[in-house]
Every structure is written in structure tokens, then in C-alpha cells.
Design a binder for this molecule. Sequence first.
Ligand SMILES: [Cu+2]
Length: 171
Amino acid sequence: MADPLKAICEDSLERFWTWLSLMLAVIAAILLGFYAVAGNINPPSNVETIDSSRLHLTEEFAEDNLGVKTNPDGSITVTMVAARYGFYPQEIEVPAETPVTFRLASADVLHGVHAPYTNMATMVVPGYVSEVNTMFPKAGEYPLFCNEYCGLGHDHMWSRLTVVEKTAGGE
Ligand SMILES: [Cu+2]
């Protein structure tokens, strides 16, 4: 079979390296696809829009309704607003070894949230509700950092996440 690259390139060595780099891209795409399917490794897929300028008028993200709620099945839902420069409420406490769902919305610009040493990390894009499902194995105090530059106060944008031992019978 004639090499289709021959139409644009005479040099056989150049064609060889072009084919090799194309193959590497195909192999990388196959591997990524494989790990995404086999390990269920995907970007957060919650697509839910919200009007960031009217968060305070929504039921879920109104100031009085933010914070930690225990669901009937014992799992926890944490509702937070990311705004320059903090995550509100600024102190939250959740039990260890319990499924926790974070629901975050930005009131202004793009933010990111990250609790070091845990897998709790997501971008908080204005106009969308970010949702993260996680479970904290160990009690302790974790900072919640903003990891998307959002303005002059970005370095000071953090809140406190306290993970307490799971009490017998749940919280
Ligand atoms: Cu920030």
C-alpha cells in the first residue's frame, strides 16, 4: 500500500517520525479511554446551571441555607458559595468515613477548591453548580484552598474543613 503521507513529504525518515508520533497519539488516546472506563476516572460530570448573580435568591444557595446537612440515609450534603475571597460558610465540620457530597456555586469569578491530602478538588465555574462526592477516611483539620487565581486576595482565599471521628450511630 502506498504511504498516504508521500503526497506531502518526500523524505522517508521524516515520514517515519511523523507516523511514529501519530501512533503515539493514538496509543495515548486508547490508554486514556481505557483508564477512564476501567477505573471510572472522569472529570466531574455534574452539569447543572445556575445564575451566579442571583445565588442569594435561590433556595439552595441562600445564605441561611448554606452549610452541612445530614440526609435521611446518613450521608452528608455540604452546600457552599465560593466568592472573593473565601468559601462560605468559612468553617465546616463533617464526620469521617461518611459519604459527603459538596455542592458549590461561585458568586463571582472562576474559583477552584482543594482540600490537600484528600481527593476533594474541583473547579467552581460561575454559572454552574459543582458537585463532588467524596469520603474522608481520617479525622483532622484540612484547609479548603482556592486553586484558581481569582484576584488580588486569592492567596488568602481559604476556609477550614474539620473532619471529626464518626460517632456510633452516625451524626
Ligand atoms: Cu481564588
